[in-house]
Every structure is written in structure tokens, then in C-alpha cells.
Design a binder for this molecule. Structure first.
Ligand code: SAM
Length: 324
């Protein structure tokens, strides 16, 4: 089992499979452009598999595939199949913006994805265009809805809550979720890798919960082990509401995750500059002990806590590279 100097155990690896994205969300991707990695600098599927296998030997049992937009990676279902076949990996999940999900949902379910999170921050196409630069709102929404019928164990709808952007849609999202067996999650806007963040744009979960309680009956649910989500049942609905509060309610003390960047670095914390190169040993043909050493080094560098609540992050990469 991977454990760090603060006694935290890590069993969860988030893998960015590409730094490419088909959206240009103003809060996520720097608007002055990003320099994308060359294709040969990205990990191949075989390399990702080797790294995940090494992680599983050390107690990783949960992997989430993200990006960039993971569904842009050519042949993506083949990667899912490779990872799903790893003995000891109990949970294989996906985070996507949903645009390409509709036609792929059943194939991904068959390949071994168990749970899907779809990120959709607005129910208004014109707003979507304004924030993301894309006209594909309809495809994103249809992708999400297709996921609901494809047989995944769990489907979540992730909304980054940003004051002055989508704070007037909170009730609309709840209405939309009302007849669906989903978890609708509001995520606090984090100051990571982009200058768009300002304190005034944050929506604090506690205030959102108070506001929602005035119009909707919600009941607090007992926290699940290692969960970073404060969860509520919407009374009279199959949907639950989740609140992720990396700023107002830091969950660093129970952080159980590492991240693998698309270009092959292990990162111990989203808001930290620390990272350890695992691509070089993998490309040199090392396995076993050599790779385990890289995992241990990433664990050694895992900071006790981030300071995102103070608007501080020294992570120099944008979210798509690290895997949001
Ligand atoms: N393309 C995929 C997607 O859209 O879900 C996966 C990558 S994206 C970087 C993962 C998640 O990170 C999205 O839900 C996105 O909204 C979220 N995200 C990006 N920047 C963020 C920020 N500064 N604060 C909070 N969430 C952020």
C-alpha cells in the first residue's frame, strides 16, 4: 500500500490520457493559447498500462481516465480494455465533457468503464459558447443523456460553480436532475493553472447549500469513506446533490490520490509544482522495483495540504495536462 509521511494511504490514480481538448473553457485553458505536447511525448497506451500495473501492485485499485478530453484520444476504447483487464483494479471511471460520448457510450461500457462523470457547466447553449468557444452544447447534453441509458454503474453531472457565469442556473440544474438517477455535483472554482480565477468568482458550497435549501428539500447523507463530496438526497427524486469544496473545506487530510500527466509525470497534488518523471524509466524498459521507486518518490513529495483557499497554487501546468 502507498502511504505518505502524513499517514495518508493512496489507492486512486487519475490519468490524463491527452492534453488536447475540444473545448476552450475560459477558466480551464489559458486564453493566450497552450503549447501542446508532441504526440511522441505523450504516453502510449502500452506505457499507460505498464504504469497502472505498477500502481496496482502498490495498492492502486481505482483509476479515472481524464484529460484534456479523453475521448479525443484515438483508439481510446482499446486503452480502456487494456486497463479493465488488470487484475486488482476494481474501479475504472471516466471524466468527459460529453461531446463525443453519445456514439461511444455503449462501447465504453462494454470495454470496462464502470462510472462516468460528465462536465457541463450550463444548460444554455449561448452561454456554453461564450465560456467554451464551442457550439456543441447539444452534443454534450445528448452525450450525458446517452450515458444514462448505457448501463454504467453511476453517472454524475459535474458543474463548476462560478459567480457571474452560471450562479443563476443552480435551480435550473436541480430541475433538470429531478427525474434522473444521477449525482449532480457543484464544484468550487479552483485557482489552478489559469489567470481567470478571482476570489469574487468563487461560489462557496455552504452558501449554495443554504440557498438550495430554501427552494428544495434536501437531506444530508452519511459520508462515504474517502469521499470528497458532501452529499444530499433530493427528496422526491432519484437524484442526489454533491458539493465538492476544495477551497472552503479542504479535504487534503483524507487525500487518497496521485495523478499521471499525459506526458508521463506522477503528480502528488493538483495544486503543487512537484512531479516525478515516470516516462523515462518506462521507456528505458524498466519495470518492477524501478517504477515502484517513482511512485514512492511521488508519495514522498506529497504536500501536507494545498493553499488553494488563499488563491495559491504553484502548479505550473494547466488542468488539461494534469488531468482535472
Ligand atoms: N475534458 C474532460 C471534462 O471536461 O470533464 C476532462 C478534463 S477537465 C480538465 C476535468 C474537470 O476539471 C472538468 O469538470 C472541469 O470543469 C474541471 N475544471 C477545470 N478547471 C477547473 C478549475 N479551475 N476549478 C474547478 N474545476 C475545474
Amino acid at each position: 500500500m502507498l502511504s505518505d509521511q502524513f499517514g495518508r494511504k493512496v489507492n486512486y490514480l487519475r490519468v490524463s490520457v491527452t492534453d488536447r481538448c475540444n473545448l476552450r473553457c475560459r477558466y480551464c485553458i489559458p486564453q493566450d493559447g497552450v503549447s501542446l505536447k508532441k504526440h511522441e511525448d505523450l504516453l502510449s497506451f502500452e506505457e499507460i498500462e505498464t504504469i497502472v500495473r505498477a500502481g496496482v501492485e502498490l495498492g492502486i485499485n481505482k483509476v479515472r481516465l481524464t484529460g484534456g478530453e479523453p475521448l479525443l484520444r484515438k483508439g481510446f476504447p482499446a486503452l480502456v480494455k487494456k486497463l479493465a483487464a488488470i487484475e486488482g483494479l476494481k474501479d475504472l471511471a471516466l471524466t468527459t465533457n460529453g461531446i463525443l460520448l453519445g456514439p461511444m457510450a455503449s462501447e465504453l461500457k462494454e470495454a470496462g468503464i464502470k462510472r462516468v462523470n460528465v462536465s457541463l457547466d450550463t444548460l444554455r447553449p449561448e452561454r456554453f459558447h461564450q465560456m467554451t468557444g464551442s457550439d456543441h452544447w447539444q452534443q454534450a447534453k445528448e452525450g450525458f443523456e446517452k450515458a444514462l441509458t448505457a448501463g454504467f454503474e453511476q453517472v454524475k453531472l459535474n458543474v463548476v460553480a462560478i459567480a457571474g457565469y452560471n450562479d443563476d442556473e443552480v435551480e435550473d440544474f436541480i430541475k433538470y436532475a429531478m427525474d434522473k438517477p444521477i449525482q449532480l455535483r457543484f464544484i468550487e472554482f479552483m485557482p489552478v493553472g489559469n489567470k481567470f480565477w478571482e476570489k469574487g468568482k468563487q461560489l462557496i458550497s455552504k452558501e449554495l447549500i443554504e440557498r438550495i435549501s430554501t427552494t428544495t428539500t434536501i437531506v444530508s447523507l452519511p459520508p462515504l469513506k474517502n469521499s470528497i463530496t458532501e452529499e444530499y438526497q433530493i427528496v422526491g427524486s432519484p437524484a442526489t446533490l454533491g458539493f465538492i469544496s476544495p477551497l472552503s473545506h479542504s479535504f487534503c487530510r483524507s487525500c487518497n490520490r496521485l495523478r499521471l500527466t499525459a506526458d508521463g509525470f506522477l503528480k502528488p497534488c493538483l495544486a503543487s509544482k512537484y512531479e516525478v518523471n515516470i516516462k523515462v524509466p518506462v521507456r528505458a524498459g524498466h519495470a518492477g522495483n524501478e517504477l515502484r521507486r517513482v511512485f514512492y518518490e511521488a508519495m514522498r513529495l506529497k504536500p501536507k495540504a494545498h493553499k488553494m483557499d488563499q488563491g495559491y497554487s504553484d502548479n505550473t501546468r494547466h488542468m488539461a495536462e494534469v488531468g482535472g
